[in-house]
Design a binder for this molecule. Structure first.
Ligand code: BTN
Length: 299
């Protein structure tokens, strides 16, 4: 990072970051930490630093984000002390491209760290949304690019709802927090430490052996395999552009039968055709059909 750029980071964030770094103990992949009380978005800050050549291993943590960002241009609610909001800046090993599987191992690390802290119902909805009892409790926004020296970077923004008690009406049916769904009181820094430890371990394995070596750990967290799904991305499912009813047409409901060796979904369509899907979003159908609406969108 250049001096000119580092002067745009408030001194308080650097100071708090030093304290945070000390609390993140051995085994962590974090080289430098910045801890903001309030920031627009930890991903936006990390992306600007990455573009200016900041090396990997930077962690940015915020107590509150005023413009938290989610996937597909959505916002992400991140109120003061409502959860764990952070971004990790990574650089792939010299000469290698960013591996898409990094986002899958990030989800695995979050799920396993949550389970370690007794949030036993945490699971992954493909590719990397974290659900607790069918509702979304955490999300991951991965953004990659090249810096001004043409070196690749990956930023992994992770948001986990810990103590939020109520969501806006449009999210009320699909979102949850750890407190709402389990009553548990979680120390965010302990959870962060757990995520970093799992992530560090998984990314070592990914770099050495590729995704097939960690697929079983991903699968042990998955709540998608064995479920019926609807493709909720208009590019994947053009019927969405027409109406939700068309999108839920039984001919558009697929059974997820596996996660492939490259992390893609393996889907079975109603005519018995098996195909793979490696991008986009899905919504899960309920395991057993209750009365009323069948699908829930966990976006
Ligand atoms: C999603 O589910 O759509 C992804 C949500 C990612 C939210 C996190 S919170 C920390 C980081 N900073 C952001 O602005 N977004 C990510």
């Amino acid at each position: 990072m250049t001096e000119a750029y580092s002067s745009t980071i408030p001194a308080q964030a650097r100071e708090n970051g030093r304290d945070l770094l000390i609390r993140l103990t051995a085994g962590s992949i974090v080289r430098k930490a910045l801890h903001f009380h309030t920031i627009d978005s930890t991903n936006t800050q990390a992306r600007e630093l990455a573009r200016n050549g900041e090396p990997g291993g930077l962690l940015i943590l915020a107590d509150e984000q005023t413009s938290g960002r989610g996937r597909l241009g959505r916002g992400f609610i991140s109120p003061a002390d409502g959860g764990l909001w952070f971004t990790l800046l990574l650089r792939p090993p010299e000469g290698q491209p960013v591996s898409p599987a990094v986002t899958l191992i990030a989800g695995t690390a979050v799920c396993q760290a949550m389970r370690d802290m007794d949030i036993l119902d945490a699971s992954i909805k493909w590719p990397n949304d974290i659900l607790i009892r069918e509702r979304k409790a955490a999300g991951i926004l991965a953004e990659s690019g090249f810096d001004l020296h043409q070196q690749p970077y990956l930023i992994l923004g992770i948001g986990i709802n810990l103590t939020i008690e109520a969501f806006p009406p449009e999210l009320a049916a699909s979102a949850t927090s750890v407190r709402m769904s389990t009553g548990l009181k979680i120390d965010p820094i302990q959870l962060l430490q757990g995520i970093l430890t799992h992530f560090s371990d998984l990314s070592d394995q990914l770099n050495k052996e590729g995704f097939p070596a960690i697929r079983s750990r991903y699968l042990s967290c998955s709540s998608t395999v064995g479920r019926d799904v609807i493709l909720t991305d208009p590019v994947m499912n053009p019927d969405l552009a027409i109406s939700n009813r068309a999108a839920s047409d039984p001919r558009r409901i697929y059974r997820c039968i596996d996660i492939a060796e490259d992390g893609s979904l393996v889907l079975l369509d109603p005519s018995g055709r098996v195909f793979q899907q490696n991008s986009g979003e899905i919504s899960l159908r309920y395991p057993a059909a209750p009365t009323g609406t069948m699908e829930r969108d966990h976006t």
